[in-house]
Design a protein around this ligand. Structure first.
Ligand code: GKR
Ligand code: MG
Length: 432
């Protein structure tokens, strides 16, 4: 029977999701973080789901795209990109000449990056619907899986026991503000999820304290892969000192310094591979960074790169230039994790375990949470992404977004930190 793959309706549902008080160089995560759930419905009544950032600037681009999409086919992903260029082209967010440094967690923010992050949520929804219509998993639409399970690393954070004033939802992880706390957190990640490699979010405390934490991890987990990511908070000199001190235990150092120029200088002075989700986040940034040897590992993130097909293209470029590939994450729910897993399954040169914030998210919009076993996620062979939207949870988290007075609808870790430390100013770059 011929399927009608024409999109008849697109639904956008912004949600606020509980987030623990995780620390980074900008500040602390807010009690709730915004995400956007995208649903595309075909003329045959098949619904595909996608997920992306939910801050206002993303919603403002997603709305006109959602209005323009009905009539297109879920199979026409090239058309989706062309449409996004067209309809998001004259919004204030997308008029170009607007490069803004968003404070070090994502590199320089441009109109292209915003648009691609929005398109990624729609692309995933289209592929989910297409897979469901054809009875094929998303990985099959991307060429077929080359592995049955995807390896993930634990994502360790310095954190407080609770948000200032007890705001938000509580959890039983307790505080982790020193090496012992980080090792205890890592042990729990290893015990509960089986993760065998560990990434520590740094740039929070003095570099010597973070060096001590990584040393403590190396002692607790001898020979297991470790990474440290200060989100560009260090100078070239500090980065080289950390590399010298931890070179024997780090599989890579992630964005030690900010900007291509500093990364080039760090890379020239150490054998420790440098990974990035800040220096190279668009195709346009690749030629200079690769030619100058600024990075040895690119952390793909299908949200940044405009979807799953672009991520596969990024992998091919990295393969061609002998640059390693790993995967980065931001706060996300199960729809994004499913999408990450499908694309990770089809990329032959996935050289390292992917990182995921997912274990920190106790809330979700899917009916069955994805389950890490031995640090891995099994690649689903069910049609589409293999996840089902939980409409009750979606409505609940959307209600929270509706009820918010506006303070949580845009993620701002620096503002959240000022609740605990009024008057705190943005740290200089580099910070140490
Ligand atoms: O969630 O605090 C965080 C991270 O710092 C996140 O914002 C980054 O995007 O995880 C990310 C990273 O690796 O830089
Ligand atoms: Mg990073």
């Amino acid at each position: 029977m011929t399927q009608d793959l024409t999109i008849s309706e697109v639904r956008l549902t912004p949600v606020l999701v509980a987030d623990p008080p995780l620390l980074n160089t900008q500040g602390v995560h807010q009690p709730y973080t915004p995400r956007l759930i995208v649903e595309v419905v075909t003329a045959d009544g098949i619904t595909g789901v996608g997920e992306t950032y939910g801050d206002t600037k993303y919603l403002d681009l997603a709305a006109p795209l959602a209005d323009a999409l009905p009539g297109c086919r879920v199979s026409d992903v090239n058309g989706l990109h062309r449409l996004a260029d067209l309809v998001c082209g004259d919004s204030p967010e997308a008029t170009g000449a607007d490069a803004v440094d968003v404070g070090g967690l994502r590199g320089v923010q441009t109109a292209d990056k915003l648009r691609l992050s929005v398109v990624s949520g729609f692309e995933v929804a289209c592929l989910d619907a297409l897979g469901k219509a054809l009875g094929l998993p998303v990985h099959a639409l991307l060429g077929g899986k080359v592995r049955d399970a995807v390896d993930y690393s634990a994502y360790l954070f310095y954190r407080w026991a609770e948000h200032p004033g007890g705001a938000g939802e509580s959890d039983d992880w307790g505080a982790a503000v020193d090496p012992a706390g980080i090792v205890a957190q890592a042990r729990r990640f290893s015990r509960e999820y089986g993760f065998a490699s560990f990434k520590l979010k740094g740039g929070v405390f003095e570099p010597d304290e973070e060096i001590a934490a990584v040393r403590a991890l190396a002692e607790a987990f001898p020979g297991q892969p470790l990474r440290l990511d200060p989100n560009g908070a260090w100078s070239v000199e500090t980065s080289l000192r950390v590399a010298e001190e931890l070179g024997d235990v780090l599989e890579y150092m992630e964005d030690p310094a900010s900007g291509t120029e500093r990364m080039v200088q760090v890379a020239a002075g150490t054998e420790v591979p440098l990974a990035t989700n800040m220096c190279v986040t668009t195709f346009a940034e690749i030629p200079e960074a690769f030619a100058r040897g600024a990075v040895q590992v690119v952390l793909c993130d299908h949200h940044y790169w405009g979807g799953l097909r672009n991520t596969r293209e990024l992998a091919a470029i990295c393969r061609t230039f002998g640059v390693g590939l790993s995967m980065h994450s931001n706060t996300h729910l199960g729809i994004s994790l499913a999408a990450m897993t499908h694309v990770a399954a089809v990329v032959p040169n996935l050289d390292y375990a992917c990182d995921s914030h997912y274990p920190w998210q106790t809330e979700d919009v899917i009916t069955e949470r994805l389950d890490f076993k031995d640090g891995c996620l099994a690649v689903s062979d069910l049609p589409g992404l293999g996840v089902e939207l939980d409409r009750r949870r979606l409505a609940f988290l959307h209600r929270r977004w509706l009820d918010d007075d506006g303070t949580m609808r845009d993620r701002d870790d620096a503002a959240a930190m000022r609740v605990a430390e009024p008057g705190r100013t943005s740290p200089p770059v580099p910070r140490w």
